[in-house]
Ligand binder design. Structure first.
Ligand code: KE4
Length: 425
């Protein structure tokens, strides 16, 4: 195995930017990305044989840490029977039954292979069901990289300063209405300006792609009420928050019932996966029953299903949410204390195992206030922690994640590293 440096040099020759997903490139925090050769529990092992405490958790899927024995065994057992059949298989049924059990708003569900596919398909389904073309999304929310949703998007798009990607035709973008998150008047105005034309509203109910941002009290209920009033489909993109914020996601915690929900990450146990589901009357518009086409060679892949089923069953057994929240608060409090001691303004929004760190005195509640965070200072904080063996997301506009594999010792080490990195800023 060669070093990260030599691997990156080779990668840059053949892979654009040397990465298969832009946010991995460290472009906004500076420096060159390390390569990982192994991962287990809360730890990453780099190609340079460094061990890092991981707070990215492969961007959310690894809620049980990496290479959990139960998930590994489930994949191995499924592998004995082959990797892909292209036919219905028993594990797809078991996965559907678990998703419906965990997320009661989902009466029917369709598996796919990524969060991008899930949201892209949900938008098409909402348009087919309502026979309307326009959609409302919120600045900073990221729903994957399908054309209609790469408008004022978060995550890597925002990180690299191109929230509106090149290559998206104006004819597509014109049907996407972008509004500020947490702004009731803007949403009411958005509907009023497009009477009877809005097929759906899609949002991350808790935002994880512009940093971590939670809704104002009552905001999600307001979005629900307006969608119902205007006959628009409410889509919760819970690709990141599903099964993480609570067993039933944000919709369980906030007691809001969306019409459709998009899922991914955790339900694949680290293998490629996505899913979308919701009201049966809407889902039954999908081929082969209805006129909205959607498909996928590897949808419901038996290995991904086995890994996801094992992960969901572990969540049922462990019920880890209170413990994850306690760990998240410990990390939050350490960062707040260190910044307080230094007189450095900071916001550390946190809920359960999700958090982010904005170096700003302004409370962060939307895209505009997220941008008041000092991204350069974040880059220095990021490297200060990395030098001390702690890996946070390499962008000021991502969320941090904890897993059931993060024990007290790992959190203590991470808190010490954060404190020292902040002291040295
Ligand atoms: P994927 O197509 O990457 O599986 O999922 C897209 C997606 C959809 N919805 C939400 C709420 C998401 O967070 C994502 C993907 N999240 C990013 C992390 N911010 C994936 C990391 C990456 O792009 O490399």
């Amino acid at each position: 195995m060669t070093s990260s440096e030599s691997l990156f040099a080779r990668a840059r020759e053949l892979i654009p930017g040397g990465v298969n997903s832009p946010v991995r490139a460290f472009r906004s925090v500076g420096g060159a990305p390390f390569f990982v050769k192994a991962a287990r529990g809360a730890m990453l092992v780099t190609a340079d044989d460094r061990e890092l405490i991981d707070f990215v958790c492969t961007w959310g899927p690894a809620i049980h840490g990496h290479n959990h024995p139960r998930i590994k065994a489930a994949i191995a057992a499924a592998l004995e029977n082959g990797t892909s059949f292209g036919t219905p298989n028993p594990s797809e049924v078991e996965m559907a039954e678990l998703i419906v059990k965990f997320v009661p708003s989902i009466q029917k569900v369709r598996m796919c292979n990524s969060g991008t596919e899930a949201t892209m398909s949900a938008i098409r389904l909402a348009r087919g069901f309502t026979k309307r073309d326009k959609l409302i999304k919120f600045a900073g929310c990221y729903h994957g990289h399908s054309d209609a949703l790469l408008i004022k998007a978060g995550s890597g798009a925002l990180t690299h300063g191109n929230p509106d990607s090149a290559g998206v035709p104006a004819s597509v973008a014109q049907d996407t209405v972008v509004l500020p998150y947490n702004d009731r008047a803007a949403l009411a105005a958005g509907f009023a300006a497009n009477p009877g034309q809005i097929a759906c509203v899609i949002l991350e109910p808790y935002c994880g792609n512009v940093g971590f941002i939670m809704p104002d009290a009552g905001y999600l209920a307001f979005v629900r009420e307006l969608c119902t009033k205007h006959g628009a489909i409410l889509i919760f993109d819970e690709v990141m928050t599903g099964f993480r914020i609570a067993k039933g996601g944000v919709q369980e915690r906030e007691k809001i019932v969306p019409d459709l929900t998009c899922l991914g990450k955790i339900i694949g146990g680290g293998l490629p996966v996505g899913a979308f589901g919701g009201r049966a009357d809407i889902m039954d518009c999908l081929a082969p029953l209805g006129p909205v086409y959607q498909a996928g060679t590897l949808s419901g892949n038996p290995l991904a299903m086995a890994a996801g089923i094992a992960g969901l069953k572990l969540l049922e057994e462990l019920a880890p949410y209170a413990r994850l929240d306690a760990l998240g608060r410990q990390l939050r409090d350490a960062v707040l204390a260190a910044c307080g001691a230094k007189g450095l303004p900071v916001q550390v929004p946190q809920c359960g195992s999700m958090f982010s760190i904005f170096f700003t005195a302004t409370p962060v509640r939307d895209y505009a206030t997220a941008l008041t965070g000092d991204a350069r200072l974040f880059g220095r904080f990021f490297h200060g922690c990395l030098d001390r063996g702690v890996y946070f997301a390499p962008s000021a506009y991502e969320a941090g994640f904890l897993s059931t594999a993060h024990d007290g010792a790992a959190l203590d080490r991470a808190c010490e590293a954060c404190t020292a990195a902040i002291r040295d800023l």
